[in-house]
Each structure stands twice: as C-alpha cells, then as structure tokens.
Design a protein around this ligand. Structure first.
Ligand code: ZN
Ligand code: ZN
Length: 309
C-alpha cells in the first residue's frame, strides 16, 4: 500500500484500551465518551474485563464507540497471566473463550473478528519467551495507566524482542484508563480511516494504517525507494529504527550549541535499500514519542509500495 499519510480518508484519534463502571473503571460508559470527546478524540474502544460494553448503550456525541474487552489468559514464564486486549468485539459470553493458554484465547478472540494485542507486557512482567510464544496482532508498546502507576508502561523493548525475529506485530499506545481521568489521554493511535465508522476504523487498524503517540504528531511521511521524508510537530529527535543489534539512525540530538537547532520538524534520509523492516520514531524534549508501525519498501515494483504487515 501507499504510506498511510497518502491514503484517502482522514486522521482519527482513538483510545484503544478504556475501562468503565461495567468492570473496574470509575466512569460510566457515557462519562467515558463525554470525557474523551472533550479531549478531541474521534473514537473509543470499550475494553472492560471479560465483557463487552455495548456501543449502543451510549450517545456517541459524534465520537465512534467500538466494542472490545480485556481477557486474562495463560501463564507466563514467571507465573503471571497474560492480559489480552481484544479490539472489535460484538459480544462475549462468559466462559466462551478458552483461556487455558494465551494462544488459545487469542485464536478464540480472533475467530470472533477481533484484533488482539498483548496488553502491558512490562507491567505483567512478561519476558521475550512469553512474547515470542504468542502469535497475535500486536503489542501495547506504551500503556499510560501502567506508566503513571508503576513506571512499567513502556514495553518498547518487548516489541523489539518480537520484531527482531522477523515478525511485524503492530505497536500501539493506549491509556488503560480506570481512575476518573488522571490516567486518560496519555497514549493514543492516529488512524487513517476512509470514513468515520467502526468498520472503517477496524479495517484501517488491521491494515496497520495508523501511528501511535504519547504527544507529538507525525504530519507527513513520504516513502520512496531512495528517499524518506518525515515532517512533524516540534521535537528533539527524529529516528529510523531497525530490528537488529545497534541498527538505526537519529538525525541529530538537538542541543543548545549552534548550528544545532533546539527543535526539529523534518528529516530526509535514505531508507534501507535491502527491503529490511524499519520504523520511524520522533521524540520531544519531554520524552514523549510517536512511532510508526514496522514497514519495508518493495522497490522491485516500478512504483514502490510500503509493506506494513
Ligand atoms: Zn490489564
Ligand atoms: Zn485494562
């Protein structure tokens, strides 16, 4: 496909992992919608523990509500269970999903049409063996609630462990909001969606046509066989990262000494010519990041295409 920045449609801001009073959240489903709408979000996925909060139970007020759930399953090397985030679920009967292993639960949820992510791997103290043992759609790379509560919200390393094996799990930023809203609006996805509907948003998520952020904005990503151009909000660094030991590139870390600028808003680089996977990441002065999914360039075609998944 083309770069998500060049696909038809619009950018929609979404929260993929949100709890309500239907499980252990403090806000009712309607309060969740009202609060995210006030923060400028376009869609919210309800992800209560073990049950689907129905989108039809709320007044969306212009925001798209999507069904989902969070399921505990299996056992890690250290003995904790996996939490799995299912995005795009119409219903879920009690005991319907076999949770004896993480993979069985993933398979059961995917059979119901959901995208399944390993939730907060660092918070769960999953290790690389646990991550590699599960075939699913992606990983929560950043979980705001886990970060604010225990500083165990950044699972970038877990993502790298899987991508280093050649797989391309999607990497998302989420809130996992529970407590009123102090753990809300800390991690989100920006989805390039053909229209403002649950179906179009889920299709774009499945295709990897989105990026994730905890603050900054990627405004343009133009990918060609010999040139990659990224334009963004003001940040301190722009990086291309590749899943291998020591592989990557940072434009330059901004500093106070001339001629080094204190902020950067664009970078142009030569992408890997070997068809290998890479991702782009930007980081601002406060350490907030935005990142793309893994992609590679199929330059064998006359018009190079971007392969995300
Ligand atoms: Zn959880
Ligand atoms: Zn949760």
């Amino acid at each position: 496909m083309d770069s998500p920045w060049h696909l038809p449609g619009e950018w929609l801001k979404g929260a993929l992992h949100v709890h309500t009073t239907n499980s252990d959240g403090r806000l009712t489903p309607q309060e969740v919608i009202d609060t995210y709408a006030a923060c400028g979000y376009d869609f919210v996925v309800f992800s209560d523990h073990g049950k689907v909060t129905q989108p039809s139970s709320v007044d969306g007020k212009g925001l798209v509500a999507i069904g989902g759930a969070e399921i505990g399953a299996g056992k890690s090397v250290l003995g904790s269970n996996y939490h799995l985030l299912a995005v795009g679920l119409d219903d879920l009967a009690e005991g319907e999903i076999d949770t004896t292993t993480a993979q069985r639960a993933v398979d059961g949820l995917r059979a119901k049409g959901a995208l399944v992510f390993v939730a907060h791997p660092y918070w769960s103290l999953l290790d690389e063996v646990d991550l590699r043992a599960v075939e699913c759609d992606g990983v929560e790379v950043f979980n705001a609630g886990c970060e604010y509560e225990t500083q165990h919200g950044d699972s970038g390393q877990h993502w790298d462990w899987v991508t280093a094996t050649g797989k391309r799990p999607l990497g998302v930023a989420v809130d996992d909001s529970h407590w009123g809203f102090w753990d809300g609006a800390g991690g989100w996805v920006m989805v390039r969606s053909e229209e403002r509907s649950a179906g179009a948003i889920l299709a774009a998520l499945k295709a990897g046509s989105f990026y994730s952020s905890t603050g900054p904005t990627i405004e343009e990503l133009d990918v060609a066989a010999d040139r990659l151009y990224l334009r963004c909000s003001e940040v301190a660094g722009i990086r291309m990262l590749r899943p291998g030991p020591g592989m990557g590139w940072t434009n330059h870390w901004t500093c106070e000494r001339p001629p080094c600028p204190t902020v950067v808003t664009e970078a142009e680089i030569a992408p890997p010519g070997d068809g290998a996977a890479f991702r782009m990441e930007i980081i601002d002065g406060a350490g907030r990041k935005a990142w793309t999914n893994l992609m590679s360039i199929d330059s064998a075609e006359a018009q190079p295409t971007v392969i995300v998944r």
